[in-house]
Design a protein around this ligand. Structure first.
Ligand code: PLP
Length: 373
């Protein structure tokens, strides 16, 4: 009956079609050289990413999850240590803290931005606290001025989970416009295909301005080797491969234009969606979001979701369960009600299509669907 094609939540064609032949050419080149690990593509990507993010150094790694883990390992954070973060995030943030043996300590989120409520951080600091891990959710950065001030006062490391926010910006009180990942001790990115800058598989990056930490990250990535077969630390295999690095180098120059497409769509929604039952994303005036997701709030989500499904509008829930209530974290001893703002967000959020390659009539259809709800 419904002949019109659905509006997809995300379609990667926009990102790959223009550079398809360049990618194949690059693959052939790498195939000829047989340099699949490390080498010029990885080094090139690291240099270009550091430049793009405004940091001195960058280390390519195997995934966004591993980027977080390797940053924690480089700080030698482990058993008995505590890391303060948010329960409203993708699993990997809290998974990384737990996997190095440290204890995740949660603060609730701000109801408008979905990012850490920075006013709750200081009360959670103990002598065991080693780091703060803010997540810049859906493309918008957390309140980094406040987080950096607290970290400085208490001598804590800041590991930015920038997996969803590469290229997102924050206008600091010091007058500088920082890119996501550049203010903290470490910035961690993911190249999972659905992130704003994704590769054709798994990949990630850690950036830092500290040379000693950069060198240690590089060792950690390669089993803690200082030189061949001499291991100073127990690291791991956290390498990104040359094929993925090559794809990312072709995609990085196009990233800002794609961000622009997302921002244009967001502005269009902002101007045309008029429905009291639907709350649009709130972007802090210090932030420029890159809209990895465009996330609505509504009190009766099931009915909105049904309405969008009937209209053929792609949608998804990020995230349905806060991490403090996940089965695997039962031993942290949390219960429902501990982080009420996060819990309510899990019941109310719904993400809709935002990617830059949406056609004008598709964006119109999303607006019509929201306004007729
Ligand atoms: C995607 C994501 C990660 C993990 O990245 P992978 O590359 O999938 O391992 C970590 N944190 C957040 C917030 C993410 O969205």
């Amino acid at each position: 009956m419904n002949q019109t094609k659905n509006v997809p939540l995300l379609d990667l064609s926009e990102q790959y079609e223009p550079i398809k032949n360049d990618i194949f050419k690059k693959f052939q080149e790498i195939f000829e050289t047989k340099r699949f690990i490390h080498g010029p593509e990885v080094e090139g990507l690291e240099k270009e990413t550091a430049e793009y993010c405004g940091t001195k150094f960058a280390v390519g790694v195997s995934s966004g999850s591993d980027a977080l883990i390797i940053a924690l390992m480089t700080e030698e954070i482990g058993h008995g240590d505590e890391v303060i973060t948010t329960p409203f995030t993708f699993f990997a943030t809290v998974g990384a803290i737990s996997r190095v043996g440290a204890k995740p300590i949660f603060v609730d989120i701000d109801k408008d931005t979905f990012n850490m409520d920075v006013t709750q951080i200081e009360a959670k600091i103990t002598p065991n606290t080693k780091a703060i891990m803010p997540v810049h959710l859906f493309g918008q950065m957390a309140d980094m001025d406040a987080i950096m001030a607290i970290a400085k006062k208490h001598n804590l490391v800041v590991i930015e989970d920038s997996a969803q926010s590469i290229g997102g910006k924050y206008q600091s009180d010091d007058g500088t416009n920082y890119k996501s990942g550049a203010m903290g001790t470490y910035g961690c990115y993911s190249y999972f295909p659905s992130k704003n800058l994704g590769c054709m598989g798994d990949g990630g990056m850690v950036v830092t301005n500290d040379e000693a930490k950069y060198l240690k990250l590089k060792q950690m990535r390669n089993h803690g080797e200082v030189k061949r077969y001499h291991h100073q630390f127990i690291g791991g295999n956290f390498r990104i491969d040359a094929l993925q690095a090559a794809v990312l180098r072709l995609k990085l120059p196009l990233l800002d234009a794609q961000h622009g497409g997302r921002q244009k769509n967001a502005a269009f929604y902002e101007a045309t969606v008029k429905n009291d039952k639907v709350q649009l994303p709130v972007i802090d005036k210090k932030c420029t979001s890159i809209y990895n997701q465009y996330t609505l709030r509504t009190s009766d989500r099931a009915s909105l979701q049904e309405h969008l499904n009937n209209k053929g509008i792609g949608n998804a829930i990020y995230y349905p369960i806060p991490l403090h209530l996940q089965e695997c974290f039962t031993d942290l001893g949390h219960k429902k009600g501990d982080f009420p703002v996060s819990e309510l967000a899990c019941e109310e959020v719904l993400s809709i299509p935002i990617f830059g390659g949406l056609k004008e009539n598709e964006v119109q259809r999303v607006v019509e669907a929201l306004n007729s709800y």
